[in-house]
Write a protein that binds this ligand. Structure first.
Ligand SMILES: Cc1cc2nc3c(=O)[nH]c(=O)nc-3n(C[C@H](O)[C@H](O)[C@H](O)COP(=O)(O)OP(=O)(O)OC[C@H]3O[C@@H](n4cnc5c(N)ncnc54)[C@H](O)[C@@H]3O)c2cc1C
Length: 310
């Protein structure tokens, strides 16, 4: 009963306007049309498909064109309040409030749909700070500007996102070098024989693979970058894109005393160590696993919605 009171008063508050945050709201609305839902995000509150960031170049889609629905549209469609451009700076798990740059917000149940940062390997050289990453729409817009008029792009490493960018960039007529310490692409996802087929196909399209080595330093050399590999060889490129992988952002949870491991630790009901606080998506660790992919998020949101509603 207490929980029902809490929900009808303060409702469900979700931090994050990514796939996790919005999918939880969609699943909630399938079950309950009236529970108050507030979504707080440091982004403008629009919806876009994040996987499109590494496939949109060949079809020449701008950052604006990737936005499928703006904040007003999302809030009308899902009958919720969106507090956009708001940074959440603290969670008080005792008072059941979050502190944001736009004021405090009380919650009955809180869902953390926070993001993960791209991992940046420590690199040497005077152009190490020119390494770019693409992990949200703002960075995609910046990436499009950076590569405009350029020809050669080097990508570290040959994981899912690196391979998708390599494919997209060769389709967009760029010369692409992919560097990875592993002996093959997608080492954690593909058996060797399938990886070989991928190497051949992308190789035919123009991707140059550099396996079994990594990048040691990046130095500016006039208009281009001189990239020195650990095996001693060098290459020239115009842009350096890092796609090394993701590391959940834990500061907010840690400061609130919520248990963390690699991600924010949750049980099988996706509840964190703090009562009434849940986590889902790229920031969450379930059974020791962080699975930063679309399908686990869709399944997890479907499971979480009934739990949130009691
Ligand atoms: C380039 C790229 C390609 C991908 N391709 C695929 C693919 O092909 N297949 C696949 O399955 N997966 C793919 N993924 C992974 C997939 O897109 C992600 O797992 C998924 O989108 C993550 O959604 P999320 O909601 O958990 O996180 P995010 O989309 O990162 O959303 C996190 C939200 O939290 C907000 N936030 C964080 N901290 C705060 C704070 N303190 N205050 C307020 N707001 C905050 C952020 O602003 C953001 O709105 C790809 C990812 C990338 C980057």
């Amino acid at each position: 009963m207490d929980h029902q009171n809490d929900l009808s008063q303060s409702g469900i508050v979700i931090i994050g306007s990514g796939l996790a945050g919005f999918t939880v709201v969609r699943e909630l609305r399938k079950l309950d049309k009236t529970v108050p839902i507030t979504l707080v995000t440091r982004e403008p509150g629009y919806f876009y498909s994040k996987p499109m960031l590494s496939t949109a170049l060949a079809s020449n889609k701008s950052a604006e064109q990737l936005v499928s629905t703006n904040a007003e549209g999302m809030s009308a469609q899902l009958e919720m309040t969106i507090v956009s451009d708001a940074d959440v700076t603290a969670i008080d798990t005792v008072a059941h409030t979050i502190t944001t740059s736009k004021g405090n917000i009380p919650y009955g149940k809180l869902v953390l749909g926070l993001d993960a940062d791209q991992i940046r390997l420590p690199l040497q050289g005077n152009a190490a700070n020119e390494v770019i990453t693409v992990n949200d729409l703002g960075e995609y817009a910046q990436f499009r500007k950076t590569i405009e008029g350029k020809k050669r792009i080097a990508i570290l490493v040959a994981g899912l996102i690196g391979c998708e960018f390599a494919n997209d960039l060769v389709l967009g007529s760029y010369e692409v070098d992919v560097i990875d310490l592993a002996p093959q692409a997608l080492g954690r996802l593909l058996p060797e024989v399938a990886a070989q087929a991928l190497h051949t196909k992308l190789g035919e399209a123009g991707v140059r693979w550099h396996f079994g080595t990594t990048v040691q330093s990046i130095d500016r050399n006039g208009d281009s970058l001189k990239i020195t590999l650990a095996n001693g060889s060098t290459m020239t490129s115009d842009v350096f894109l890092s796609a090394v992988g993701l590391k959940p952002r834990l500061d907010l949870a840690k400061a609130a005393g919520i248990a963390t491991g690699t991600g924010i630790t949750v049980n099988r009901q996706l509840e964190t160590s703090a009562k009434n606080v849940f986590a889902i998506g790229d920031c969450a660790e379930v059974d020791g696993l962080v699975l930063p992919y679309v399908m686990p998020i869709m399944q997890a949101a479907r499971a979480l919605a009934p739990s949130l509603l009691g």
